[in-house]
Design a protein around this ligand. Structure first.
Ligand code: WTA
Length: 662
C-alpha cells in the first residue's frame, strides 16, 4: 500500500465548517450540497442550463445546452453568444460594483495601485482599440508574455473583448519555449513588457521575446507591444515593436465588446503532457466563463465585501480562472501581487493580508511549506506577527497538501476559524472539480473531499470499472462539464487519445491522476500523477520534455532518463540519469557537467525545469528489448533499496553505479 493511500485511511481529524460560514454561505450545509448534486443527477442538462442562464450575460441566449453528437468534442450552449470581457466588466456598469475597487495591485517594491471596475473597463477598452488598430482581429491568436501587473490582466481582457484568442506564456519560460508556443499557436502578435520586477531584480522579458523571434519560424508575428514596466530602455525593432504608450495614443476608452459564439476559443494555454511536446489546451468562452464565475461563488462563497487574493501567476491556469476572469466576473475586489513571497522577507504574504484586509486567500502548498520553513527558522516572519483576522476562507491548489502543512495553515494563518478549501483541478478542467464547500463540507487534512455539483468524478480501474471506496485507482470524470478542455490546439487526435482513451470505452475523461476515496465519507484524496508528468512546486513538467532538452545537448549527452522523487519542500523533484558521450565523470568534473546541464535545461525550457539531482552512468537500466526501466530509476532516485524484480534487466550492475550520488 502506498503511503498516500495509507494516510487517507488513518486520517481521522475532521473539521466541521464554522457556524458563521454555514449561516452565510450560498451553499449552506451538506443537505443543500446534496440537493444540488441530486438536481444534476436527475436533469443534467436542465441543471447546467439553469446555471448558465443565471450566471452568464448572453447577447444571444442559447437554446441548446449540450451537444454530444461528436463526443468527446462536446459543445455547450452552442447557439448562444456572449463576450467574456463584457461578462467581467460591462455587466457591473450601472450597478453598485462600478465604482468598487476591482484590482489592488501591489508591486514588488510595495507600491500600491488601485483601479475601479469603471476604470478597468476604460483601460481594457482602450487597449482593445489599440489591438484593433494594429490589425488584430477576432480569431487571431495573441501571445501574452507579461509580468504580474494590472496590464497583464488588461491585455488578456482586451483580447477577449475583440474575440482574439490569447495564449499566455509564463514569464519564467525560456526563449525556446516561447518560440515553440508562438509557432504552434500561429500567433500574430506578442504582448510583453520591457522587464519584470521580482525580488528587487529587474529581469528582461523583451530580450527573451527578441531571442525567441530571432530563432526563426515566427513570421506570423507582425506586432510586439511592449509595456514599459521600468524606465530602463530595451531594444525596439522599428515597424514591429511599439510601446503601450505609442499604441494607446489617441485611442478611445470605449470599445463595443465583440459577441462570440459560446464555443469560440477564449484562450489556449500550454501545459506539459506525457510526450515531449507541450499541449495547447483550448478553452471555450461560454462554458469556461460560467464555471469561472460559479466556482468563485461556490468554492470561495465570494461576497460584495470580500477582498480576494489568489497568488498564482497569470501564466498558469489558476491565474486565468482566479485572477483574470473569475474574480471580475463575480464583481469581487482582488489583490494582484507582482513579486515573490520571500522578498523582502518571508512574511510578505502575511503582511499583505493584513495591509489589504484580505478575506479569502488562495495559494499553493509549496508556498505554504516554504513559508513554514522560513517561520521555523526566523520568528520574525511567522504569521503571528501580523493581524490576519480579516481572513474567513483559505484555499490551496496545484498539488496534494500534506496534512502537516494543512494543520499549520489552519492554525497559524486561519486562526482555527477558516475553512480550508483544498481545490483539485487542472489546466484542462478550466476550474475547480473536487473541493470542499466552505459552508457545507466537513474538511479532512489532505483531502479535496467531494466533487462540485454537476461534476461526475469517479475512481476506476484500467478498464474503466468503478473501484470501491478504500481502494485506489484512476481519477476520471464520467460526464462532460461546461468548462472542460475542448481540444488540443491543432491536434484533435492527441486530445482524444490523451483524455478519452479507447481502452476505457472512450467516454471517460481521464485526469492523469491517481486517487482513493475513504470508506467512511467517500472523500477523495489525490495520490499524484499516474503518467509521465511531474509536479514540482505545483508546476507541471513532462519528464519527456526534460529528457528531450537534455539529449538536445548533442556534444555532451548520449542518453537521458528523467523521473521524479518526493521532496519535502517542492512536493516532487526532478531527477535526471544521464549517459555522456565521454567517460562517466566523477567528483568535481561531475559537478561541473551537472551544472552545465542544469543551465542548459534552464535555457531550453525555463529555470523551473532544472533537474535537482543529476546522476551519471555508463548506461541506463534497460530490458533486453532496450526499454529503459523507469520504475527502477524511481526507486534509485528515492534512495530506496531495489526490491523489484530485476531478472529482465540487461545490465544489473548499472544499478549500483547509478545509486551513487555524484
Ligand atoms: C495536481 C493546476 C492534489 C494534479 C490547477 C493535477 C492537485 C495537476 C490539486 C494539474 C490538489 C492540482 N490536490 N493535486 N488540490 N490541484 N493538483 O494543470 O496532479 O497546473 O493533475 O492545474 O496538479 O496541474 P495544472
Amino acid at each position: 500500500m502506498s503511503n498516500a493511500i495509507e494516510s487517507v485511511l488513518v486520517e481521522n481529524r475532521v473539521f466541521p465548517p464554522p457556524e458563521a460560514a454555514v449561516k452565510s454561505a450560498r451553499i449552506s450545509g451538506m443537505a443543500a450540497y446534496q440537493a444540488m448534486c441530486n438536481e444534476a443527477e436527475k436533469d443534467f442538462e436542465g441543471f447546467w442550463a439553469r446555471l448558465a442562464r443565471d450566471n452568464v450575460v448572453w447577447t444571444k441566449p442559447f437554446t441548446k445546452t449540450l451537444n454530444e453528437s461528436n463526443a468527446p468534442f462536446y459543445k455547450w450552449f452552442e447557439d448562444g453568444e456572449l463576450n467574456a470581457s463584457a461578462n467581467c466588466l460591462d455587466k457591473h456598469i450601472g450597478t453598485p460594483v462600478e465604482n468598487k475597487t476591482a484590482i489592488v495591485f501591489e508591486a514588488d517594491d510595495g507600491a500600491v495601485t488601485q483601479v475601479t471596475y469603471k476604470e478597468l473597463l476604460a483601460r481594457v477598452s482602450q487597449f482593445a482599440n489599440a489591438l484593433k488598430a494594429q490589425g488584430i482581429k477576432k480569431g487571431d491568436r495573441v501571445i501574452v508574455y507579461m509580468p504580474m501587473t494590472i496590464e497583464g490582466v488588461v491585455a488578456m481582457q482586451a483580447c477577449a473583448r475583440i474575440g482574439a484568442t490569447h495564449s499566455v506564456v509564463f514569464g519564467g519560460f525560456s526563449a525556446k519555449s516561447l518560440q515553440e508556443r508562438i509557432i504552434d499557436a500561429g500567433a500574430v502578435a506578442v504582448i510583453t513588457a520591457n522587464f519584470q520586477m521580482r525580488g528587487g531584480k529587474e529581469l528582461g522579458l523583451k530580450s527573451i521575446v527578441d531571442e525567441a523571434l530571432a530563432m526563426g519560424g515566427c513570421d506570423t508575428i507582425k506586432n510586439v507591444l511592449v509595456y514599459m514596466r521600468t524606465p530602463t530602455t530595451c531594444n525596439m525593432v522599428a515597424g514591429r515593436d511599439k510601446t503601450f504608450t505609442e499604441v494607446l495614443q489617441g485611442q478611445s476608452t470605449e470599445c463595443k465588446p465583440e459577441p462570440v459564439n459560446a464555443e469560440h476559443p477564449l484562450f489556449i494555454l500550454y501545459t506539459s503532457g506525457s510526450t515531449g511536446k507541450p499541449k495547447g489546451v483550448q478553452h471555450s468562452t461560454g462554458g469556461y466563463l460560467l464555471w469561472a464565475n460559479l466556482t468563485m461563488q461556490w468554492t470561495f462563497d465570494i461576497k460584495p465585501q470580500d477582498v480576494f487574493w489568489c497568488t498564482a501567476d497569470i501564466g498558469w491556469i489558476t491565474g486565468h480562472t482566479y485572477v483574470a476572469y473569475g474574480p471580475l466576473a463575480a464583481g469581487a475586489t482582488e489583490v494582484i501581487f507582482e513579486g515573490v513571497p520571500t522578498y523582502p522577507h518571508a512574511g510578505r504574504f502575511w503582511q499583505m493580508i493584513e495591509k489589504h484586509k484580505v478575506t479569502v486567500f488562495y495559494t499553493a502548498p509549496t508556498a505554504i511549506r516554504s513559508l513554514i520553513k522560513a517561520a521555523e527558522t526566523d520568528e520574525k516572519v511567522h504569521p503571528k506577527n501580523w493581524n490576519l483576522t480579516s481572513l474567513r476562507i483559505l484555499g490551496t491548489v496545484g498539488e496534494p497538501i500534506n496534512p502537516e502543512a494543512w494543520m499549520w495553515y489552519h492554525r497559524n494563518v486561519g486562526g482555527e476559524k477558516c475553512p480550508i478549501v483544498d481545490t483539485f483541478w487542472q489546466t484542462e478542467t478550466g476550474g475547480h472539480m473536487i473541493t470542499p464547500l466552505p459552508g457545507a463540507t466537513p474538511t479532512v487534512p489532505g483531502s479535496c473531499t467531494l466533487p462540485l455539483p454537476g461534476i461526475m468524478a469517479a475512481i476506476v480501474d484500467e478498464q474503466g470499472h468503478d473501484m470501491p471506496n478504500g481502494s485506489g485507482g484512476m481519477l476520471v470524470v464520467k460526464r462532460p462539464w461546461p468548462s472542460m478542455i475542448r481540444t488540443i490546439w491543432g491536434d484533435p487526435e492527441r486530445f482524444k487519445k490523451s483524455y478519452f482513451p479507447e481502452e476505457m470505452g472512450g467516454k471517460l475523461y481521464l485526469a492523469g491522476d491517481g486517487a482513493v476515496r475513504d470508506a467512511q465519507r467517500g472523500y477523495f484524496r489525490i495520490t499524484g500523477r499516474i503518467d509521465d508528468v511531474l509536479n514540482v512546486s505545483g508546476h507541471r513538467l513532462g519528464t519527456m520534455e526534460i529528457e528531450s532538452a537534455l539529449v538536445s545537448k548533442t556534444d555532451l549527452v548520449a542518453e537521458a532518463a528523467v523521473v521524479g522523487r518526493p521532496d519535502d519542500l517542492t512536493g516532487e523533484a526532478v531527477c535526471a540519469f544521464v549517459v555522456l558521450k565521454r567517460p562517466r565523470p566523477t567528483g568535481d568534473e561531475a559537478k561541473k557537467i551537472a551544472d552545465e546541464l542544469r543551465a542548459w535545461v534552464g535555457k531550453e525550457i525555463g529555470p523551473i525545469a532544472k533537474p535537482k539531482d543529476i546522476r551519471f552512468g555508463d548506461n541506463l537500466p534497460k530490458t533486453r528489448s532496450g526499454k529503459i526501466m523507469r520504475r527502477l530509476l524511481r526507486s534509485i532516485a528515492k534512495g530506496d533499496a531495489i526490491t523489484q524484480d530485476t531478472s529482465t534487466l540487461e545490465n544489473p550492475a548499472i544499478l549500483e553505479q547509478l545509486a551513487q550520488k555524484s
